[in-house]
Design a protein around this ligand. Structure first.
Ligand code: ADP
Ligand code: MG
Length: 246
C-alpha cells in the first residue's frame, strides 16, 4: 500500500517560493490501477517523481507498505519494488535493448524468449530490436516502448508510467493498453499511469485529477471520464483536444 501524507513541494523563485504541489494526501491500496490525469503543468510528473524518489518533497511523508520511505533515494526505493518510466526516457549509448532488459530483470541469463515476450507486450518485434543500442538511433516512441518493456521485466510491485502513450502510434498503443489490462487482471502489481487517453482512463479503478498542484477530483472512470469529455470539471481542459494536439 502506498500512502502520501500532506505532500507539498515548492521551489525558490526569485525572492519567493513557487508552490508546485500543495498538501496532497492519498492512499493507494495494492493491485490497483490508478490514473493521474489533468491539465499540463498541473503537477502529475512531479508527484510521480516524488513517489519514485527523484524529487524530495518540501513537506509531508511517503509510506510504502507501512515503511517511511520519504528520505530514501531511487535505488533503495527500486529495491523495495517501486519502478518508474520517464515521460521522456533517457538513452544509453553502448547498452543494447537486450542488456537493458537483462539488467532490469535482475536475471543474468535472461533468455532470448523472455526478452521477446517483454518486447511483444509493448508492440515491438524482438528480432528487430534485441541487438539495437538504446541510443539516439531509436525514435522517441521506440525508446518509450523499450523503457516500458524494462519496467515489465523488473516485475515491480509498484509501477509508475508517465504518459506511456506519448509518441506511440495507434497500433502499438492498442497493444500497450491490452498489456496494462492484462497486468491488472493478473493482479500482479499496483500501477499508477499518468495519461490523457480515454482508453487508459477507462481501465482505471480510480481516476485522480491533478490540477494546480492539488488533487482536484477523484472517482471511478465511469464517474470522471464523462465529466472530462464534457469539460465539466471546472478549469480542466477538454482532454481529447489536448491529446489530439500532442
Ligand atoms: N524544479 C522546478 N523548478 C521550477 N518549476 C518547476 C520545477 N519542477 C516542476 N516545475 C513546474 O511545476 C509545474 C508542474 O509540472 P509537472 O509536474 O511536470 O506537470 P505535469 O506533469 O502535470 O504536466 C509546471 O509548471 C512546471 O514548470
Ligand atoms: Mg508530465
Amino acid at each position: 500500500m502506498l500512502e502520501l501524507k500532506s505532500i507539498s513541494y515548492s521551489v525558490r523563485e526569485g525572492d519567493g517560493e513557487l508552490g508546485i504541489l500543495n498538501d496532497i494526501s492519498l492512499t493507494i491500496p495494492d493491485h490497483r490501477l490508478v490514473v493521474f490525469t489533468g491539465p499540463n503543468g498541473g503537477g502529475k510528473t512531479t508527484l510521480a517523481k516524488i513517489i519514485m524518489g527523484l524529487v524530495t518533497p518540501t513537506a509531508g511523508q511517503i509510506l510504502w507498505n507501512g515503511q517511511d520511505i520519504t528520505s530514501l533515494g531511487i535505488t533503495e526505493r527500486a529495491r523495495l519494488g517501486i519502478s518508474y518510466g520517464f515521460q521522456q526516457p533517457p538513452r544509453f549509448k553502448g547498452l543494447t535493448v537486450r542488456d537493458l532488459l537483462t539488467l532490469a530483470s535482475g536475471d543474468e541469463k535472461l533468455s532470448k524468449d523472455k526478452c521477446c515476450q517483454y518486447l511483444t507486450r509493448v508492440g515491438l518485434c524482438a528480432n528487430d530490436y534485441l541487438d539495437r543500442e538504446v541510443d539516439v538511433s531509436l525514435s522517441g516512441g521506440e525508446v518509450k516502448r523499450i523503457e516500458i518493456a524494462s519496467i515489465l521485466a523488473r516485475n515491480a510491485q509498484l509501477m509508475i508510467f508517465d504518459e506511456p502513450e506519448a509518441g506511440i502510434d495507434l497500433w502499438s498503443f492498442a497493444r500497450l493498453t491490452e498489456t496494462f489490462e492484462q497486468i491488472h487482471a493478473a493482479g500482479s502489481g499496483t500501477m499508477i499511469i499518468i495519461s490523457h487517453q480515454e482508453r487508459i482512463i477507462s481501465l482505471a479503478d480510480e481516476v485522480i485529477v491533478v490540477g494546480d498542484g492539488r488533487l482536484r477530483h477523484r472517482g471511478s472512470a465511469a464517474e470522471i471520464l464523462p465529466r472530462i469529455l464534457a469539460d465539466t470539471l471546472g478549469g480542466c481542459p477538454v482532454l481529447t483536444k489536448e491529446a489530439n494536439a500532442q
